[in-house]
Design a protein around this ligand. Sequence first.
Ligand SMILES: Nc1nc2c(ncn2[C@@H]2O[C@H](COP(=O)(O)OP(=O)(O)O)[C@@H](O)[C@H]2O)c(=O)[nH]1
Ligand SMILES: [Mg+2]
Length: 281
Amino acid sequence: MNVQWYPGHMAKAKKEIEEKIKFVDIVYVLLDARIPYSSSNPMINDILKDKKKLYLLTKSDMADSNVTSKWVKYYKDQGIEALTIDSISGFNVKKIEVLSKEILKEKIQRDLNRGMKQRPIRAMIVGIPNVGKSTLINKLVNKKATVVGNKPGVTKAQQWIRLNPNLELLDTPGVLWPKFDDMTVGAKLALTGAIRDEVLRKEDLIFFLLKYLDKNYKNLLFNKYNIETSYINDELDCVSYVTTFLKKYNIQNDDYDRIYTMILNDFKNGRLGKISLDLVE
Ligand SMILES: Nc1nc2c(ncn2[C@@H]2O[C@H](COP(=O)(O)OP(=O)(O)O)[C@@H](O)[C@H]2O)c(=O)[nH]1
Ligand SMILES: [Mg+2]
């Protein structure tokens, strides 16, 4: 999590992933279902080129399912297969293999026609920090999985995990860097845990969040704190919201910071409800 991405790091990460994807048939690109746009790496298409890929929208249990469905459709319209998953409960995790076969069916058929021996599909996971790479690998790797070890002639340092006779996974995921060129994307990355909070001022984070919730999830905000909002549009409206909060709940010493922290934690822990921060435009 403490990764600071400098141009040198980015070039190195890109090179490492480009090296590894040579050995796989398909790449699983992990995106946070709450922020599919903001959690996607700016150079991903450049890195994957025409490699077969499957987008996996992680943490779908925390996202607004209506919005997530629109994202899946949005990707499908562009010819990209996408699947929503929850790597903790295991929702849709088994479908990954089914979809992979579907995506690779031409190649599989071609190999069969050439009389080649069927070999397992080789896959690799990539995504920005904290998007859920390790959790998904752990979910995919059940007790029956065996570490295949180094494959002679394939590559020296790659470890493969045989998930089943038909699917092998590269054991180390590719870590991509998030893009972070404007405050809004930065706030979304911080609110979902992709970058450290301290990268932004707490006031800016809370203003972004309250304004966004007031606009898109007014009911959820009201249900949680029971505070009427007329319209949260600028910093002053936010301060007045928190002032009302302090009065209503009788909080001493005008402890604004405490309320900011509480609201941010409520959001991060899903206590405000299922919320998406990137909407399909
Ligand atoms: N609710 C929920 N949390 C998840 C899911 N996948 C991962 N997480 C959580 O997200 C955090 C980061 O996950 P991790 O797998 O370490 O991310 P990585 O940095 O990409 O390897 C952890 O706290 C996980 O428990 C998911 O599908 N749903
Ligand atoms: Mg990890």
